[in-house]
Design a protein around this ligand. Structure first.
Ligand code: AMP
Length: 401
């Protein structure tokens, strides 16, 4: 952030899309905390801050009459927590743009913070509408984008708005800068051996990354629901486990490519199989390719935990994206926690650089209490995935234009 913010009104796009419970209490404030360094820096330099963010998907989850569910999606829910964490009073504007927003922004003094209402309450946000973006741009003299979690969306507040600011009047915030730097440690000459662990539900979500990794990594470990497509493709019995039957050929092609390139490709040996998709189901450990009919693999088993953990200790660079099982259910979290512990151990004891992709893997590291024991935990699931796939994110590209 090489702009002098003294006396400047700074329009900052943050990602305050935090999870809320039924009473609208914040259940995880990581995203707010990760934006604090940027906000504190601007305020300490003597700037004022106009904040914009989205929260949830108000356009998709409308009330019966088709209107926006303001009560559920208002950013007012984050004001109190933000004030507490930032240690500064935060004013809230119940509209994103309009007369009141203009008036409140005009009256903002140095050192003050104004939070605008959810950007997605406006039709123009997701369309990247230039007029809506211009109205937002008029609320600040300088634009800072620190919303990594939405940098892969070409929305008005993340992308279009940047065109209204001269190159010297816009920059990334500390968080976004940090995310880009960390992703580049994986995409540009990672220290070897480079191990990648992929998990989660579907192969189809991660095909592009998987193919890239076969080109780049030395060790590729696949766990979670996506492993079963590979197991079935090789003729294994997977019972009712998750599987994408239209990806069986692709799975074999990927394994063949790994073999040709000398990449170590590891799949689980065993799993925790359940007779229902429930934490209270009956559970037994079975070989991964011998799951009885009516049973489903919901976590990797003890042999696989040990095998994956051992493989990771060789690595000097580790990328992890996606859980090893249905870790939201306590009885199927063991594999994911074991991988979190193994990544932390490789980082602390063997000096590996470890990047945890956002979303579920980040949540798993937090559940295991290991945030400080890995090198970097990303705040953006989809955005990090796209960066690692080699895409240029629209929110990043817009800053250079
Ligand atoms: P993704 O968003 O693709 O990273 O997938 C994350 C989801 O995959 C989590 O909600 C997990 O519960 C789910 N998942 C992981 N392993 C399995 C499995 N073996 N069977 C079903 N779902 C799984």
């Amino acid at each position: 952030m090489n702009i002098d913010f003294a006396g400047k009104q700074v329009l900052v796009r943050v990602d305050f899309n935090v999870p809320l419970d039924a009473e609208h209490n914040i259940t995880d404030d990581t995203r707010i905390r990760r934006a604090l360094p940027t906000l504190t820096h601007i305020l300490e330099e003597g700037g004022s801050v106009v904040l914009m963010s989205h929260l949830g998907r108000p356009g998709k989850k409308r009330l019966e009459d088709g209107s926006i569910d303001v009560e559920k999606f208002t950013l007012k829910h984050v004001v109190e927590r933000l004030m507490k964490l930032l240690g500064v009073r935060v004013l809230f504007c119940p509209e994103t743009v309009g007369e009141q927003a203009t008036e409140m922004a005009k009256n903002l003094k140095r050192g003050q913070v104004l939070l605008l209402e959810n950007t997605r309450f406006n039709e123009g946000e997701k369309k990247g509408d230039p007029e809506f973006a211009k109205q937002l741009a008029d609320l600040g003299e300088v634009y800072v984008n620190d919303a990594f979690g939405t940098a892969h969306r070409a929305h008005a507040s993340t992308t279009t708005v940047a065109q209204y600011f001269a190159p010297e009047a816009k920059c990334f915030g500390f968080l976004l800068e940090n995310e880009l730097q960390n992703a580049s440690k994986i995409t540009e000459n990672p220290e070897r051996p480079f191990a990648a662990i992929l998990g989660g539900a579907k192969v189809s979500d991660k095909i592009v990354l998987l193919e890239k990794l076969i080109d780049k990594a030395d060790i590729v470990i696949v766990g979670g629901g996506m492993a079963f497509t590979f197991i079935k493709a090789q003729g294994g019995s997977i019972g009712n486990s998750l599987c994408e039957d239209d990806k069986l050929r692709l799975a074999l092609d990927i394994m063949k490519k790994a073999e040709d390139k000398g990449v170590k490709f590891l799949l689980p040996h065993d799993c925790s199989a359940a007779d229902a998709f429930s934490n209270d189901a009956q559970i037994k450990t079975t070989p991964i390719d011998q799951i009885p009919d009516g049973w489903m693999g919901l976590d990797i088993g003890p042999l696989s935990r040990a095998m994956f953990a051992e493989a990771l200790q060789e690595a000097k660079t580790i990328l992890w994206n996606g859980p090893m099982g249905v870790f939201e259910m306590e009885n199927f979290a063991k594999g994911t926690v074991a991988v979190a512990e193994a990544v932390a151990r490789a980082t602390k004891e063997h000096g590996a650089y470890s990047l945890i992709g956002g979303g579920d893997s980040a949540a798993a590291v937090t559940i295991a209490g290991l945030d400080d024991d890995v090198s970097y935990v990303s705040t953006g699931g989809g955005a990090m995935l796209e960066l690692l796939e080699g895409k240029v994110l629209p929110g990043v590209k817009a800053m250079g234009e």
